[in-house]
Design a protein around this ligand. Structure first.
Ligand code: SF4
Length: 289
C-alpha cells in the first residue's frame, strides 16, 4: 500500500469513527468508557483442563504496580452437558472473591445444565441465595413448585417458615446462604435419585467450598442422609453434631427437620418436632457464638 492509499484508508476509518460517535450521541450516550486492557496471565494450571478454563490476573493499567495482583476469573462457559470437574477445580483454586466465583459457577459452569434428567421438567434452575461469605449454610433437598417458578430456594410456605426460623436466630436470609442438594425440581416432589445427586453434587460441593461456612444445617431426612452418606433416620440424626467432609476438611453439620415437615401439624399435634428443631438451631447459634 503506498502513502496515498494509506491516507485514504485512515481518512475512511476516521469518517466511520465520527459516524459511530454521532450515532452513539443521538442514542443518548454521553461518555464512552475507557478501554481496560486485561492481559491473560495464567496463574495456575492444575490439570489438562486448562483448555476450557483460565484464571487470569488483573493487569489493569490503573492498578498500582506494587499492589498485590487480584485474581479475576475468566472461565469460559462450558457446554451444558460437559464434565464440569476441571472447571470447578480451577474455580476453587482461584483467589477471586466469593461472589464472583459463585456467579461464575452459576453462569459459566452450571449454565443451562442438562447433566441429569431433572433438567427436562424444570422451569428455572435454582442455584442458591444469600451471603457468599456466610458462616451458616442451610441445605435442603431440592426445589419445589414455587422455587422452580421463581428460581430461588425456599420461597414457598416451607421457605417462609425457614425465614422465620432464621429470624428467630436473630439473623436474616441475607446473613446466611441457602441452597439445595439438587438444583432442579424433581417431578411431583419425589426424592432426587442417586444418579441425579451424583450429577449435581460437584455444584453443591463447589458452593460450600466457596462460601466456607462454619456450620451447615441439613434440612430434612434427604439432605442429612445425602450429605452424611448414611441411612440413619432423621429422628436419630437430628440434634447431635455431625461432620461433613468437604474435600478432606471437616465442617460442623447439624441435621434438623425440614420446614415442610414442621408445617404438617397433623404429624406433630403437640409441637414436639417444632421444639426439637428450635433446640437444634439453638445449638447452632451457640456454635456460631
Ligand atoms: Fe444439572 Fe443439577 Fe439440574 Fe441435574 S439437577 S440438570 S445436574 S443442575
Amino acid at each position: 500500500m503506498d502513502k496515498a492509499e494509506l491516507d485514504d484508508a485512515i481518512s475512511t476509518l476516521a469518517q466511520q469513527l465520527r459516524g459511530a460517535v454521532e450515532s452513539a450521541k443521538l442514542g443518548g450516550v454521553e461518555h464512552l468508557p475507557r478501554p481496560v486492557f486485561k492481559a491473560p496471565v495464567v496463574v495456575t494450571a492444575p490439570s489438562a483442563a486448562a483448555t476450557t478454563a483460565a484464571i487470569v490476573a488483573d493487569a489493569s493499567p490503573t492498578a498500582s504496580p506494587t499492589a498485590p495482583k487480584r485474581a479475576t476469573l475468566a472461565i469460559a462457559p462450558i457446554e451444558p452437558n460437559a464434565d464440569p470437574r476441571a472447571a470447578i477445580e480451577m474455580l476453587l483454586q482461584s483467589s477471586a472473591p466469593a461472589p464472583e466465583r459463585l456467579e461464575t459457577l452459576r453462569t459459566n459452569i452450571i449454565g443451562a445444565c442438562t447433566r441429569c434428567k431433572l433438567h427436562r421438567g424444570r422451569s428455572k434452575l435454582v442455584f442458591g441465595v444469600g451471603n457468599p461469605n456466610a458462616q451458616l449454610v442451610f441445605v435442603g433437598e431440592g426445589p419445589g413448585a414455587d422455587e422452580d417458578r421463581q428460581g430461588v430456594p425456599f420461597v414457598g410456605r416451607a421457605g417462609q417458615l425457614l425465614t422465620k426460623m432464621i429470624e428467630a436466630m436473630k439473623l436474616s436470609r441475607d446473613d446466611v446462604y441457602i441452597c439445595n442438594v439438587v438444583k432442579c425440581r424433581p417431578p411431583n416432589n419425589r426424592d432426587p435419585e442417586p444418579d441425579e445427586v451424583e450429577a449435581c453434587q460437584g455444584f453443591l460441593q463447589a458452593q460450600l467450598a466457596i462460601v466456607k461456612p462454619k456450620v451447615i444445617v441439613a434440612l430434612g431426612r434427604y439432605a442429612a442422609q445425602t450429605l452424611l452418606r448414611t441411612k440413619t433416620p432423621i429422628t436419630r440424626l437430628r440434634g447431635s453434631w455431625q461432620s461433613y467432609d468437604l474435600f478432606g476438611e471437616a465442617i460442623d453439620l447439624m441435621p434438623t427437620y425440614h420446614p415442610s415437615f414442621l408445617l404438617r401439624e397433623e404429624m406433630d399435634p403437640k409441637k414436639t418436632r417444632k421444639r426439637e428443631a428450635w433446640s437444634d438451631l439453638q445449638q447452632v447459634m451457640a456454635r456460631l457464638g
